[in-house]
Design a protein around this ligand. Structure first.
Ligand SMILES: [Ca+2]
Ligand SMILES: [Ca+2]
Length: 484
């Protein structure tokens, strides 16, 4: 029985029954006699580690506007949570984004540009130096539960992971919601189509098992469900709960005038009735599937609360990319620079006392490149990552340094590249090799009026284009210049 309830137990002496009575400090005092000098009191055995734990939850294809259905997460965040309103993924596509989350590097630095080989997928990823290896080298338990990288379908566990419960990706067609395989600590297992085999439930159980297995050593848990990726199959318990719900649609939905847009958007007609129905069905299923994920987050928090560790555990919730749902006449898709693809939720819930202040929203520009160095720093291994991630990543503190507030997107699949300004609602340029886009997000948050061809914005456009090229040619580990 070495279970210690909470960090307050550290240094207060061994728990009852963990040591023979003769070694307890009070016994050494009572056994001292007048003829013998008092025996030095041994410091109490440290039976736990006071470092924080981190739970990182990465949803799959979740838009920035879906958090409202997640009542357990919002309940956890109600006291101290920081909700980042301007959080972006630097490459809005599953595999490049997940490689970025694991390394703190842009896709043009880690080299995973697509979901499939040769320029993408698990085979293109150099797994020798990741957040997992930095943390494990520092004696932290590292556990992956859920999705690793596209194309992963083997028993082998990559370097750095002490615990491994990874979805095989071969059954992408079903979205890994039912009838899927996992590698469970290097052993292949199959889950069928029964409700209790619903993958988000199975992953929730595996996450609770990981934290329960070893209650003393600090841990990083990377929980990566398939929810709410298409086909966005909800838990049978939640099927249909938002079927008739009125949901607001943005002005860019099935955009009326796309004459301002580049050719790849301009060539689309208005969405047809069947397309709109499919989009609305997917929107509802996504929200319903998130309710099942939220339930598992609540159960994990309850488990940590029950054994006293919730008060020294960070919860970080985000997504690997967003998703278009009819904006600009576009079918559901993600590899684009529009806000619906690149902007994703980020909720950070620190333990009590770790960050001053109460719950709030934060408008600093942050991105998925910030996650690995921030988590490394929270767990006290910041220097391990400083040599590999871009030097201007915030390797030092949370919230991220203001100096890191720039974002550069590169979309390997179609060659779209984008840069956005530092200021809230500032300019955003999408470089398409001539057929470009420029939006002023403060006055046009739905990206309805492309200003790239307007003469009065020509200087701004060339300034942003030049800055984008400078950012992209800056090697990792070097400070890129500030946007002039
Ligand atoms: Ca994804
Ligand atoms: Ca327009």
């Amino acid at each position: 029985m070495l279970l210690v309830m909470g960090c307050t137990a550290v240094g207060t002496g061994p728990d009852e029954g963990s040591q023979p009575a003769a070694q307890r400090p009070r016994d050494s005092a009572t056994s001292a006699t007048a003829t013998m000098p008092p025996r030095p009191v041994a410091p109490p055995e440290v039976v736990t580690d006071t470092r924080s734990n981190v739970v990182l939850i990465v949803a799959d294809d979740m838009r920035f506007d879906g958090l409202w259905v997640m009542s357990s997460l919002l309940g956890l965040a109600a006291e101290r949570g920081v909700t980042f309103e301007r959080n972006f993924v630097t490459t809005p596509l599953c595999c490049p984004s997940r490689a970025t989350i694991l390394t703190g590097l842009y896709a043009h630095h880690h080299g995973v540009l697509k979901n499939d080989p040769p320029q993408g997928g698990v085979e293109a990823f150099d797994d020798r130096s990741t957040l997992a290896t930095w943390l494990r080298d520092a004696g932290i338990r590292t556990g992956l539960v859920g999705r690793y990288l596209n194309g992963y379908d083997q028993e082998e566990t990559p370097p750095g992971w002490s615990s491994w419960f990874a979805l095989w990706q071969y059954s992408e067609r079903n979205g890994n919601y039912f009838n899927f395989r996992v590698s469970d600590q290097g052993e292949k297992r199959y889950f069928d189509g029964k409700p209790e085999s619903y993958s988000t439930r199975v992953l929730g159980q595996a996450a609770r098992r990981f934290v329960a297995e070893e209650p003393v050593t600090p841990f990083w848990l990377y929980l990566a469900p398939r929810t709410p990726h298409s086909p966005a199959t909800p838990d049978p318990l939640d099927l249909g709960i938002f079927k008739d719900r009125e949901l607001p649609l943005p002005p860019s939905y099935d955009e009326e005038d796309v004459g301002d847009k580049p050719a790849w958007v301009r060539e689309n007609g208005r969405l047809r009735k069947n397309e709109l129905d499919e989009i609305e069905n997917l929107r509802r299923r996504q929200l319903e599937s998130l309710v099942g994920l939220d339930r598992e987050i609540g159960a994990l928090a309850d488990a940590l609360r029950a054994d006293g560790r919730l008060d020294r555990t960070w919860f970080i919730f985000t997504s690997d990319n967003g998703l278009l749902l009819g904006e600009h006449r576009l079918d559901p898709g993600k590899s684009c620079a529009y806000e619906e693809c690149a902007r994703v939720p980020l909720v950070v819930i620190p333990p009590p006392g770790a960050v001053p202040g109460a719950a709030r929203t934060d408008e600093h520009l942050v991105a998925n490149i910030d996650l690995a160095p921030t988590i490394a720093d929270i767990m006290g291994v910041g220097p391990a990552c400083r040599s590999t991630v871009a030097a201007w990543c915030p390797c030092s503190r949370f919230p991220p340094r203001l100096g890191a507030t720039r974002s550069c997107s590169r979309h390997g699949a179609v060659g779209r590249k984008a840069v956005r300004g530092l200021a809230y609602g500032g300019p955003k340029l999408v470089d398409l090799g001539g057929d470009d886009e420029l939006y002023h997000l403060s006055s046009d948050p739905y990206e309805l009026r492309n200003l790239a061809s307007a003469q009065e914005h020509a200087a701004e456009r060339s300034r942003l284009t030049a800055h984008l090229h400078t950012l992209r040619s800056t090697p990792p580990g070097q400070e890129p210049p500030h946007l002039p």
